[in-house]
Design a protein. Structure first.
Length: 262
């Protein structure tokens, strides 16, 4: 009788230990990715038409967007894991309050961070005549010549459409570099059924004459939304544009609307 009781107690303790172990494993597997955090870059100053680079760091920064940027400054681009930069030459003098928002790989946003960016006019921009100095009269103007046509702006390259979307894979755009060198970032707004969200690619360097496929970063939840929309509506809409830093300067392509079908 005592042997039976001992065997029963032994099996009960073994079963209890297995349940505890399975619970711990399940808890680890279901742990959510931590929300992203952003370290504020602090107040910033720069001058009109001069390039400014602001480095933004944090944790779990799968994507980063900035609101209320000065005119002429594009969205942040990724430098490496958890490090992004805002780079551009503001076109007008202003003091802007920038709001930064990040998402982790699951598409969940963390706490927003704000900072101020003051853009000043250049000290020597449009200097007036010195005080108490008489301005000489203008010489007679020469007869006006017919205006010459504005020089044609060289295009850095061409943005291509996305291929057919295959569930579970990233969306891909293409870009053909037509100048000496291009560094390209693709941005887009995806409309999947009733849901809309922004996507972007990493900055990609392309040599002249090369056409490169550039994948757009998608979180797990975004891929699931696209797959569901393709299954239900048979298509997903995308509005894409390319930001290009090249040997002919900074350019942004017009938005390219494409339909991604299943």
């Amino acid at each position: 009788m005592q042997a039976v009781i001992k065997r029963t107690l032994f099996h009960a303790w073994a079963l209890l230990g297995a349940c505890v172990l399975l619970g711990a494993v399940a808890g680890t597997a279901n742990a959510a990715e931590p929300l992203p955090t952003i370290t504020s870059p602090g107040p910033q100053t720069s001058t009109v038409n001069q390039t400014k680079t602001i480095v933004v760091t944090g944790t779990n920064l799968h994507s980063l967007t900035a609101k209320n940027l000065p005119a002429g400054v594009p969205q942040p681009t990724e430098v490496k894991e958890n490090e992004w930069k805002i780079e551009g030459a503001p076109k007008t003098a202003e003091t802007a309050t920038i709001t930064l928002e990040a998402e982790n790989a699951e598409g969940k946003a963390g706490t927003q961070v704000t900072f101020t960016w003051t853009v000043n006019i250049s000290v020597d921009a449009n200097p007036g005549p010195p005080e108490n100095v008489e301005t000489p009269a203008k010489p007679p103007e020469a007869p006006s010549k017919p205006s010459e046509p504005a020089p044609k702006v060289t295009s850095a390259g061409r943005l291509g459409t996305m291929p057919i979307q295959k569930p579970g894979r990233q969306l891909v755009a293409s870009f053909l570099c037509e100048v000496q060198s291009c560094t390209v970032t693709i941005s887009g707004v995806i409309t999947a059924g009733k849901k809309k969200f922004k996507v972007h690619s990493a900055a990609t360097k392309i040599a002249q004459g090369k056409k490169v496929q550039i994948p757009l970063k998608l979180s797990k939840s975004q891929r699931a939304v696209i797959t569901a929309a393709l299954k239900k509506h048979k298509k997903v809409l995308a509005a894409l544009s390319a930001t290009i830093h090249s040997s002919v300067g900074y350019q942004v392509t017009k938005a390219l609307s494409v339909s991604v079908k299943s």
